[in-house]
Design a protein around this ligand. Structure first.
Ligand code: SAM
Length: 286
């Protein structure tokens, strides 16, 4: 597509019978794009996670339009009506409270259903906390794993924490401020205190902060502080060479100790001490 055709496409927006997934700021309202404002101003209807949050954006940019609430509680009931309106030719914008809809926010299910109905879905890209934290972390960012919020159930949570400790790619995690310290301790348990980590707090806002460098230093930083604000965590992946060499050697040592009569727990404890690692890391190699 050349520049002219892409401009004419944009000039016609919003198009009838089209669903727009619109990214909105994650704190700084000036991060909204001209294109997003045009869509919000001119669609037939805006389906928002919380109408009060969306009104803040609309008021700032002196936009008034029809709003309807669309969140995880009411979306199953609302989706058929919205699909009907799209089929009748209306244009609908989906927005969440902040950032990209569908990224740990409502929008995912709706997009799937709308596409299955043969309706056009166009994303108007905007801020996303995960990407903002990643690119400002200084950690490898061309290839990464996004975990969103970790599961709360212990068994599922432990499983994913172990997986994260073994990823070679950078991992991005969302966490609420009151659970940050618990998560940092869990990451310490599985990754060790030396792993590089950046806690990005209040991105794009007045008190934006990037706290790093190693897990034990970050734990220390927050030790006597109340954690407030929005938090995204970026964890460096394990070094490929270390992961291959160490893991193979450690597995061999573990097997030998168990064959010699030690319990898994005792063998893990011994090897953890010897290699300066957390016991759970060795334990889970078995
Ligand atoms: N859809 C959003 C996006 O595109 O980033 C994410 C929504 S999710 C419900 C909210 C979580 O995103 C927060 O708990 C926090 O982990 C992260 N987050 C959102 N805004 C942030 C900010 N300004 N700074 C740091 N993290 C943020």
């Amino acid at each position: 597509m050349n520049n002219n055709s892409s401009l004419s496409h944009r000039d016609k927006e919003p198009e009838n019978g089209t669903c727009y997934i619109v990214g909105t700021p994650i704190g700084n309202l000036n991060d909204i794009s001209q294109r997003a404002l045009n869509i919000l101003k001119n669609v037939s209807l805006i389906a928002c996670e919380d109408t009060r949050q969306t009104k803040k954006i609309l008021n700032k940019f002196v936009i008034s339009n029809n709003l309807t609430s669309f969140n995880k509680h009411n979306s199953p009931k609302k989706i058929p009506g919205l699909v009907k309106e799209l089929k009748e030719g209306k244009s609908i914008a989906i927005v969440s409270d902040a950032g990209m809809p569908g990224i740990c926010d409502p929008g995912e299910d709706f997009t799937k259903i709308v596409k299955a109905e043969g309706i056009d879905v166009i994303c108007i890209p905007g801020a996303c906390a995960a990407i903002t934290a990643l690119v400002s972390s200084g950690l490898p960012s061309s290839s990464f794993v996004f975990e969103g919020f970790l599961p709360k159930k212990k068994i599922d949570r432990d499983k994913i924490l172990i997986e994260i400790s073994k990823y070679e790619k950078t991992t991005i995690i969302y966490e609420s401020p009151h659970r940050l310290k618990k998560l940092l301790n869990e990451l310490y348990e599985v990754c060790g205190g030396d792993r590089e980590i950046i806690v990005a707090r209040e991105l794009t806002k007045k008190f934006e902060e990037h706290i790093g460098y190693k897990i034990d230093e970050v734990i220390k930083f927050f030790e006597d502080k109340e954690v407030i604000g929005e938090i995204t965590i970026v964890v460096k992946g394990i070094d490929k060479k270390i992961s291959i060499v160490n893991e193979a050697d450690l597995k061999k040592d573990l097997k030998e100790l168990i064959n010699a009569g030690l319990s898994l727990s005792a063998a893990s404890k011994y090897l953890a001490k010897k290699n300066g690692l957390k016991k759970t890391i060795i334990y889970n190699l078995n």
